[in-house]
Ligand binder design. Structure first.
Ligand code: MN
Ligand code: MN
Length: 323
């Protein structure tokens, strides 16, 4: 038994120090695979979110090994998953600079490998354009829940279709998308026509003010009980003041507490089939890496809520990972 290394600046930074498995073979016996997508060519403004996966992994090294305890709730999460080696770090997608189409194909391929291995995908961006190729890997239909200040629903031009502001236009056109729910939308860059069009098509846009009124339980109740849900979290759902390392911050966003409460409520109500966390931009971040640290907290914390659900335990048993 190797003694765990607890110092955050020691060792090779994999997500929560999980074993690295860059090929499908390495996913045998795993329940969760964390995939980095170091891609920011979909960012029309300042680049840098390609460094997000590495920075978030690095900040997970600051979290304790063997389970995460929350003194507020008395709950411990991820104890079973970390001590039994159920998490693998699947490494990064082999991005192809200046060839976004090829990169998107590779994102879909790597995600499909994870799903074919029976693993739950946790995807670290990168900019928000990556959610569409990730979702293309899913055969199983699911609801899509997006936490974001922005709708990312721009019109598609023949030569401008793949930026981080186009992703959810593509996603709502997918046969496997049972419906899109956008939560936290705000700011004067919002387009009225996009809100109205999504509502007309039966999707749901929840502006930040309404999200506050609904609260965590009300947000979760927008989704059918026990339904399969894919969750996409743009770090700019959080308030601008919390995220110096994000190019697209907007004021009046979620507090960390309220975002985590909403994620917990959704994990308790629905069957989460995977999630991504995007738009952390480390070159813009402050010296403490505060934004990347929030990324580590949100991803590990949300994964923990998911893994504490009865349906998750049943899934592990079905897969023979828990006897
Ligand atoms: Mn955004
Ligand atoms: Mn976004």
């Amino acid at each position: 038994m190797v003694k765990p290394i607890l110092r955050p600046y020691v060792g090779i930074p994999s997500f929560l120090r999980a074993p690295v498995a860059e090929t499908a073979d390495g996913l045998a016996g795993a329940a969760i695979a964390v995939l980095g997508v170091p891609f920011d060519e979909g960012s029309p403004f300042l680049p840098g979110s390609r460094m997000g996966p590495r920075a978030i992994r690095e900040h997970t090294l600051r979290l304790p090994l063997g389970g995460l305890y929350d003194p507020d709730t008395g709950e411990t999460v991820l104890e079973r998953e970390t001590t039994r080696g159920l998490i693998r770090d699947a490494g990064d997608v082999d991005v192809r600079p200046a060839n976004a189409e090829r990169t998107f194909t590779l994102i879909t391929q790597r995600t499909r490998e994870i799903l074919d291995a029976g693993c739950f995908p946790v995807v670290l961006g990168g900019d928000h354009s990556i959610t569409y190729p990730v979702l293309e890997a899913f055969d199983r239909p699911a609801h899509v829940l997006q936490f974001d200040a922005h709708q990312d629903y721009s019109e598609i031009d023949e030569d401008l279709a793949r930026t981080n502001s186009h992703a959810f236009r593509h996603i709502t056109g997918m046969d496997t998308c049972l419906g899109l729910t956008q939560v936290g939308i705000r700011g004067l860059r919002t387009t009225r026509a996009h809100v109205e069009e999504l509502h007309a098509k039966g999707h749901r846009v929840v502006p930040m003010g309404e999200a506050r009124v609904l609260g965590a339980a009300g947000i979760a109740a927008l989704l059918p009980e026990k339904a399969p849900v894919y969750v996409s979290i743009d770090v700019d759902a959080l308030d601008m003041a919390l995220i110096p390392g994000c190019v697209s911050g907007e004021p009046d966003g979620f507090s960390h507490r309220d975002l985590m409460a909403a994620l917990r409520a959704v994990a308790e109500r629905c069957e989460i089939v995977g999630f991504d966390f995007v738009e952390v931009n480390p070159p813009l971040d402050v010296g403490t890496g505060a934004t990347a640290y929030l990324g580590a907290l949100v991803t590990a914390g949300f994964l923990g809520f998911i893994c504490n659900q009865p349906w998750w335990e049943a899934r592990l048993r079905t897969q023979g990972l828990l006897v």
